[in-house]
Ligand binder design. Structure first.
Ligand code: SAH
Length: 214
């Protein structure tokens, strides 16, 4: 398989026609080897327009959703980014290409450990990973310029809003259990403003400030 060619095909057929314009985002998605973030048996499908199971009942998000959320974060290269929901680690790797430091939290110990091994193998030394309840944020490393939640939540957890820097942006799928809408929250000296984007379906954010169970 020529994975590089598959990535370029993914960008040309799935992202550009659907309106992704940020050249840095497109370049990162042409570069990061998504097939290494899924099980070997399903690598051949890694660049299709689908979410793929990664164990523990969780999934690696559909590539288009990764592109949309990353573009909404408006990364320029110097940001400190918090990701809640490491999963496979793929989204974190994309963020690491586009920002200074990525802090990523995963609820399942096993997934957190596997992702960390991949970061090390691929040389992403600007990704800091831990297992835990990401709805609490990571206060020791706050404030964050950008926060991305990659699991569906009834609302943006308050601790995350508190740990967002001024002029910061949060992108998250907010709504019901099986259907959410991407929301972009901006913090300025005048307070918070919200923008609504595409509808989506993510696995639930389970934690103190998310859903109380799977
Ligand atoms: N960004 C991931 C998407 C993984 S799916 C990727 O690129 O593969 C969402 C992940 O969020 C799941 O792995 C799930 O276990 C995790 N999750 C759910 N609730 C969480 C919480 N409170 N804190 C941290 N991770 C959580």
């Amino acid at each position: 398989m020529d994975y590089e060619e598959l990535r370029d095909f993914m960008v040309r057929t799935q992202f550009i026609p659907r309106g992704i314009q940020d050249e840095r985002v497109l370049a990162a998605m042409r570069k990061v080897p998504r097939h290494l973030f899924v099980d070997e048996s399903i690598r051949y499908r890694a660049y299709e327009d689908i979410a793929i199971p990664i164990g523990e009942g969780q999934t690696i998000s559909q590539p288009y959703m990764v592109a949309v959320m990353t573009e909404l974060l408006e990364l320029k290269g110097k940001e400190r980014v918090l990701e809640v929901g490491t999963g496979s680690g793929y989204q974190a790797a994309i963020l690491a290409e586009l920002s200074r430091d990525v802090y990523t939290i995963e609820r399942f110990e096993k997934l957190a450990k596997e992702a960390e091994e991949k970061f090390r193998a691929l040389g992403y030394d600007n990704i800091h990973a831990k297992a835990g309840d990401g709805t609490l944020g990571w206060p020791e490393n706050a404030p964050f310029d950008r926060i991305i939640i990659t699991a569906g939540t009834p609302k943006v957890p308050e601790p995350l809003i508190a740990q967002l820097a001024e002029d910061g942006i949060v992108v998250a799928p907010v709504g019901e259990r099986f259907s959410q809408q991407l929301i972009k929250v901006k913090k300025s000296e005048r307070g918070l403003s919200e923008e609504y984007h595409t509808m989506c379906v993510f696995v639930p954010l389970v934690g103190k400030y998310g859903w109380d169970r799977e």
